[in-house]
Design a protein around this ligand. Structure first.
Ligand code: SF4
Ligand code: SF4
Length: 288
């Protein structure tokens, strides 16, 4: 089963949930944690894994042979990302905008475009106390997260349980990380900002046809509007984590919740059981 952990906005406690869920399941299940928040991965800060392998992530970007180029402008016309521009006697490529789709080289009538690899990030794999751990890191100055996320997800085991830590928000990297999940946990806090971004995140996972549930972090602040919204939309609140200085203290020191306060482990195991029930119910409904 693949469970992604997402949030409409940053700073809601997504890392706390992803790491504690994975640590609670290890030993009982075969678990992998994939940190797909490639712009700012920080699960490793909590898990302190020993990395055993690293691999570069590259995308093919165009290289123009100006001897062959007739400056016809076709490559710039087909590029949906404005990553290539044709001047009177010059073709300019902007690697940071290029998605490596290959359309320009395919359609160049003079065969003047070849492709060269542009390194945009790195994948590191290893182990953290019996847990399989994989994360992707985007290179500084790069902006193309989806190819790195795809490569991280290629390491996902097809047996056992995979927990995916997703970047915050609702943009392309989120869709890339969440798609193909069996379930998506949405971590939020009960504030107006939290609710606003939760509504956007719910819309995204609904569009992907993935069942979801909410984890209410820092519960105790707010006005009950998040709970009202979840009830109205029939979205289950699967776990509530209170606003608590002890929990915040462990988090600020890079200690996973279930290590600092092991009594939380049973709550995360119960959470996983509830997810399993929802996923099973849904697949039986689909079979009917
Ligand atoms: S399509 Fe080919 S020939 Fe035309 S401007 Fe681009 S590189 Fe030059
Ligand atoms: S490979 Fe695709 S994105 Fe990159 S410059 Fe060519 S057409 Fe544009």
């Amino acid at each position: 089963m693949i469970v992604s952990v997402a949030s409409g906005k940053g700073g809601t406690g997504k890392t706390l949930v992803a790491t504690s869920l994975a640590l609670s399941l290890k030993g009982k299940y075969n678990v992998q944690l994939l940190d797909c928040d490639v712009e700012e991965p920080n699960d490793h800060v909590f898990l302190k894994p020993a990395f055993t392998h690293s691999e570069a992530v590259s995308i093919p970007i165009p290289k123009v042979d100006e001897e062959k180029c007739t400056y016809c402008g076709k490559c710039a016309e087909v590029c949906a990302y404005n990553a290539i521009a044709v001047m009177k006697q010059k073709v300019l490529v902007f690697p940071e905008l290029c998605h490596g789709c290959g359309a320009c080289s395919y359609l160049c009538p003079e065969r003047a475009i070849s492709e060269v690899g542009n390194e945009i990030g790195v994948i590191e794999t290893g182990y953290a106390d019996g847990l399989d751990f994989i994360h992707g890191k985007m290179a500084i100055g790069e902006a193309m997260a989806p190819p790195i996320i795809r490569q991280v997800k290629e390491h996902a085991s097809h047996q056992g349980t995979v927990i995916i830590d997703v970047s915050p928000g609702t943009s392309c990297p989120v869709v890339e990380a969440v798609k193909d999940s069996d379930f998506c946990l949405l971590v939020t806090e009960p504030t107006p900002f939290g609710l606003n971004d939760l509504i956007l995140a719910v819309a995204t996972v609904k569009e992907l046809n993935i069942p979801c549930g909410v984890i209410l972090n820092r519960a105790g602040v707010g006005d009950g509007k998040t709970e009202e919204y979840c009830q109205k939309e029939s979205i289950p609140i699967l776990l509530t984590i209170p606003l608590n200085t002890e929990i915040a203290g462990f988090y600020s020191r890079g200690i996973p919740l279930v290590e600092g306060l092991p009594q939380w482990k049973s709550s995360f195991l119960e959470l996983f059981d509830k997810i399993g029930e929802i996923v099973n119910e849904r697949s039986s409904d689909t079979e009917r």
